[in-house]
Design a protein around this ligand. Sequence first.
Ligand code: C2E
Ligand code: CA
Ligand code: CA
Ligand code: CA
Length: 280
Amino acid sequence: AKAAGKDQAAVYDVSLRLDQAERVRLLERLRASVDAGEFAVHYQPIVSLDDARPVAVEALVRWTLPGRAPISPDRFIPATEDSGLIVTLGEWVLRQACADAVVWHRRWGTTLTVNVSPRQLVDPNFTTKALAALRDSGLPPDALTLEITEGVLVRAGADAHQALLHLSALRAEGVRVAIDDFGTGYSSLAYLRDLPIDVLKIDRSFMPADNADTQQAALVRAIVDLAAGLGLTTVAEGVETADHADLLRDLGCERGQGYHFARPIPAAGLMALLSGADTR
Ligand code: C2E
Ligand code: CA
Ligand code: CA
Ligand code: CA
């Protein structure tokens, strides 16, 4: 068993640069893990910068093997995307997150935001699956935001039209759409024009290193103003310090997410955090 454990660790460590045989083994483990319940959804608060109150939570998937630390999604999401397994995993995450978040939404009005991979958006059944997750959980559509990256249309390729149809159909039901990691992809401005979106998340790489970093601050200001002009809600990612939070508030950014406020935590911890915020 010890040898097998070591063998598995080697597979996870190279998950970003896999050769064919390694990829097959990783995918076998991933498939078995979905069945074995080794995935969990953690939640990170998104706060209103005016009063630091949590207004939303982002669902972030975790892969935890017995007796091990959780494996970062950056390490296994790419392989699930290449293989198409993300369609199954993504649907599981969405259903789990809606089921968890409905309780918080009823009690505190907290909304939910879930990452969606380009592969999920070219699945002809995506709209049906998303609406079923909402219906089965009881979470109202306007309490759900789907996060997509700027590259979604590029990576959807010939199926870009299909992806757009899903986003438009879900928006017609009240679901919101957010652009994730804004500013890091290509053709940012064309995407703002062409994609049906409601929220813009400023990538954490734009957070200034310190108060002297006026160039970064100028970029954040430009993005916040651009979003405001387009009627979009802005969320700053990677808010790690009180200085970040102060700067963002001064620039008119509405919402923030980052270690300064809270790290991603399991559902039970998030519930406790929201209860605490409630009694302030
Ligand atoms: P993301 O969507 O940009 O999610 C934000 C990431 O930034 C999370 O990493 C979060 O833990 C981290 N983060 C939050 N606050 C801070 C901060 O103040 N400083 C720093 N340095 N980092 C912060 P995580 O959970 O490891 O997720 C990594 C990426 O994996 C996500 O980036 C997203 O692209 C992907 N991902 C996670 N869950 C899912 C999922 O269910 N489906 C899909 N398709 N992708 C997912
Ligand atoms: Ca995200
Ligand atoms: Ca992001
Ligand atoms: Ca990211």
